[in-house]
Write a protein that binds this ligand. Structure first.
Ligand code: IPD
Ligand code: CA
Ligand code: CA
Length: 261
């Protein structure tokens, strides 16, 4: 299946999904919790995932799909073409703010990221990359991430949940980092935070636990621009597991790791 075809279909489906989501604002939203009170899912998350899966299965019947809400395949391997879909990344923002949520789609071929799309539905802004062909913001090429950024000049995204006891690392190690950077932010959508690193609006993003669909698209986009995406230990991400994630401009990554060790 040609490169242009996947790209054209995804862009068409994203626009259609946007219309569905915007229309849904007039209807009652059904909200459920999953693993805990902050892990939300709505009827729209499910509807949008099913919308993409229906379309992918029709046009690309040989492809495999992993979707957050479970309507895709139960895959143990990444052989062939695999779509990783987060129909609404930032569901809490969707529920509480009706903004700052993304549709995130990554397409991998034999485990290698080929196409990544992060769509800011409300702003109608698309961040995307095709491996080897560049990364784009609404069809404008995004410049490579070459700057060396000093920690003292860095704006990083980090979430207040680090203050609670966690199994990922001793959070007290982050105190020095938070003191040393220029500023911190938190947006509540991993995909948006990847997109912001890609476009230089953030210098780095670090987070304790992301699922494959949270980072599948962002990883492709950030790496296409020369950015670095690893675990908090500096290791490669496992694409079928949850990972603690550090996303950063290339010149900053090593410096940040020294705070996390
Ligand atoms: C969540 C968001 C959030 C991140 C969580 C994700 P969801 O995705 O990306 O920013 O901190 O780890 O699970 O549940 O809204 O799709
Ligand atoms: Ca998500
Ligand atoms: Ca989601």
């Amino acid at each position: 299946m040609g490169e242009k075809q996947i790209d054209a279909y995804v862009k068409k489906w994203l626009k259609e999904a946007r219309q569905r989501i915007i229309r849904s604002f007039d209807d009652i939203l059904y909200i459920q919790t999953k693993s805990d009170k902050s892990d939300l899912v709505t009827n729209i998350d499910k509807e949008i995932e099913q919308f993409f899966i229906r379309n992918i299965r029709t046009v690309f019947p040989g492809h495999h799909i992993i979707g957050e809400e479970g309507f895709g395949d139960d895959l143990k391997r990444l052989d062939g073409t695999v779509w990783l879909i987060d129909p609404i990344d930032g569901t809490m923002n969707f529920v509480h703010q009706q903004r700052n949520f993304m549709i995130s789609i990554g397409v991998y071929e034999d485990g290698v990221g080929k196409y990544g799309y992060i769509y800011d539905v409300i702003h109608d802004e698309l961040y995307y990359a095709i491996k080897g062909k560049g990364a784009y913001f609404n069809d404008r090429a995004i410049a490579k991430l070459r700057e060396d950024v000093a920690v003292a000049e860095a704006l990083i995204s980090i979430n207040a949940s680090w203050l609670t006891r966690n199994y990922c690392m001793d959070a007290s190690r982050l105190i020095q980092l938070v003191k040393d950077v220029r500023g911190t932010r938190s947006y509540g959508s991993a995909a948006l935070e990847f997109a912001y690193v890609a476009t230089g609006r953030l210098d780095a993003y670090l987070t304790m636990r992301l699922s494959p669909w949270d980072f599948a698209a962002g990883k492709i986009i950030v790496e296409e621009l020369g950015g670095i995406v690893t675990t908090l230990k500096g290791e490669p991400l496992k694409l079928l597991e949850k990972n603690a994630v550090l996303v950063s401009k290339p010149g900053l990554h090593k410096q940040l790791l020294t705070y996390l060790r």
